[in-house]
Write a new protein. Structure first.
Length: 185
């Protein structure tokens, strides 16, 4: 399939981040006929239930991962975007002083070479003109948001390098990189 127009790749730590960070912009580009893809680095398995009416819902408590997948599918349909999962495990939001160690095998503890290669594959396949992600603070200090920034920067640089991950597709360089505008206290 020949692609035309703008292609925007929006890289997020968890499913639900796309809806709270940049959804209106993505919907605008889709409405104008442009291609938009969201990458969810993790499945959001360790997410919190912030809505008090849902905190005791047995379905959510029993299968957070499936709930997040269902929510992502609904967001994809509503926004009219493409979506892909990188397949890493949510790190959770550590609390305490001092902070506890990250769980084994979680996204924020994965080697940068592994996470970068996964995103490079997506960039080289989708061939976006614009990549959007978090700034170096992640918008707030969640380890997956901060790591999403690190991985996005690494993949943005590596995607055009034919010697970096040569088995991950033909090199491609997005033309622009933007940070999502977030505020932190």
């Amino acid at each position: 399939m020949e692609r035309r127009g703008l292609r925007l790749l929006s890289v997020h730590a968890h499913p639900d981040d796309e809806s709270s960070k940049g959804a209106a912009t993505m919907a605008k580009y889709v409405r104008e006929g442009e291609e938009v893809m969201v990458v969810s680095c993790t499945g959001g398995e360790r997410g919190d239930i912030l809505n008090p009416r849902l905190q005791d819902d047995p379905h959510i408590l029993r299968d957070m991962a499936q709930v997040r997948r269902d929510e992502m599918k609904a967001a994809q349909e509503i926004l009219g975007i493409e979506h892909t999962w990188l397949g890493f495990v949510d790190s959770g939001l550590p609390e305490g002083d001092p902070l506890p160690p990250l769980p084994d095998g979680c996204f924020a503890a994965e080697p940068i070479e592994v996470t970068t290669e996964a995103l490079v594959r997506v960039i080289r396949e989708f061939r976006p003109h614009v990549l959007v992600t978090y700034d170096e603070t992640g918008g707030y200090p969640h380890p997956d948001h901060v790591n999403c920034h690190v991985v996005s920067m690494s993949a943005f640089a590596a995607a055009a390098d034919p010697t970096a991950y040569p088995h991950a597709g033909e090199p491609w360089q997005p033309l622009k990189l933007y940070y999502l505008a977030t505020t932190t206290r």
